[in-house]
Design a protein around this ligand. Structure first.
Ligand code: F0G
Length: 361
């Protein structure tokens, strides 16, 4: 099994350097990287005990990527390939994380970046990122699906490079997370849990697990378990949703671009897809922060909510090894965090006694 540092020397130089042989790059590809990847795989026994599970759960903490979500893996590929082709402008529709990653990598590549966002439905941290990285930021009076339709149309003009996951090299970059999990664990997990929005990531993980297995780098492939938010669950419900809604704005998507590929991953892996309510998402979101000190965004917690339901339904055999992707960092969405925490700061006079009183000493 590979060590987790397949780079020359000890310095991690990002997913393209680490996994070149599995990616469509050549010596002519300019590698635009922010040293993404190599994120921690954290075992969370406290959470498992709290939910009454009898298995190993490992969280792939993708919030620790350079722009604080898993999107950096695909974006290093998409922007590098766009640069190689001589593109000047990259564009994407986004619920926030893709736009943050596109804006950052485009900045590093000295390219113009345009992002289309659903007006008022993106977490504050993500909006701050697009603006700070200098992207032309356009708020559409509509939802993500409508923004993606416009981006597809603009892509057809040939004047802009689309860096949504309909661009296949995005999937190529994102599959490296499955490689890392196998490398870190020393084997493939029995189950992989993840949230599903536009369905690029479930597609990418499944591709990665299959390729690593074929390359004899892992001993098996996991069953893929995906979760959508109840108000935005077109795959589970079997039909597009015109007005998707959920507190987990990252996965507020009614017509996923990679729907077919997600179904394929589910079928081939003997997987499972279900929906979870906003209340279940927020409960899991708070629980993982309180049991194991891991702060993720609500969309990431959707798969933990799904796991809680799977435990209740006795769907997980005792002793299983489960991995779950924590797709984005909790700091992306401070509004939901402050609302969900359940209490506010104690405001006291600047006196030792006042502090002691709060502590109960
Ligand atoms: N979790 C987070 C934090 C996300 O930002 C996304 C997607 C997903 C899960 C779902 O992944 O779309 O590959 O099924 N965010 C996209 C965006 C749509 O624009 O940032 P998916």
């Amino acid at each position: 099994m590979n060590s987790i540092l397949p780079n020359s020397g000890n310095r991690w130089r990002g997913v393209i350097h680490a996994y070149k042989e599995y990616l469509p790059v050549t010596d002519a590809t300019p590698i635009i990287s922010l040293n993404e990847g190599n994120t921690p795989l954290i075992r969370v026994d406290n959470f498992v005990n709290a939910i009454g599970g009898e298995f190993e759960l490992w969280l792939k903490y993708e919030g620790l990527n350079p722009t604080c979500s898993f999107k950096d893996r695909g974006m290093t590929m998409a922007v590098s390939k766009a640069k190689e082709r001589g593109a000047q402008i990259v564009i994407c529709a986004s619920t926030g994380n893709t736009s943050a990653a596109a804006a950052a990598y485009a900045s590093r590549a000295k390219m113009k970046c345009v992002v289309l966002l659903p007006n008022g439905k993106i977490a504050l941290g993500k909006l701050a990122q697009a603006l700070m990285y200098g992207a032309t930021t356009i708020a559409i009076e509509g939802n993500f699906d409508e923004a993606l339709r416009i981006v597809r149309e603009l892509g057809e003009t040939g004047k802009v490079e689309v860096v949504n996951s309909i661009n296949p090299v995005r999937i190529e970059g994102q599959k490296t997370a499955a490689f890392e999990i196998c490398d870190q664990l020393g084997k493939a997990p029995d189950f992989h849990f993840l949230p599903v929005g536009n369905a690029g990531n479930i597609t990418a993980y499944w591709k990665g697990y299959k390729e690593y297995f074929a390359a004899k780098k892992s001993d098996k492939v996991p069953r893929m378990f995906g979760f959508q938010a109840a108000g935005s669950a077109p795959i589970v419900d079997g039909a597009p949703i015109a007005n998707p809604n959920t507190v987990a704005t990252a996965i507020r998507i009614g017509n996923p671009a990679s729907w077919e590929q997600a179904n394929c991953a589910l079928k081939e892996s003997n997987g499972f897809i279900d929906k979870v309510t906003d209340d279940e998402i927020l409960a899991a979101y708070k629980l993982i922060a309180r049991t194991d000190g891991i702060f993720v965004e609500p969309a990431s917690a959707a798969c933990l909510a799904g796991l809680i339901n799977c435990v209740k339904a006795k769907r997980i055999p005792v002793g299983s090894v489960i991995t779950a992707t924590m797709t984005g960092h909790g700091l992306k969405d401070p509004d939901n965090a402050i609302k969900t925490a359940g209490f506010e700061p104690f405001v006291v006079e600047p006196k030792k006694e006042a502090v002691m009183k709060v502590i109960g000493l």
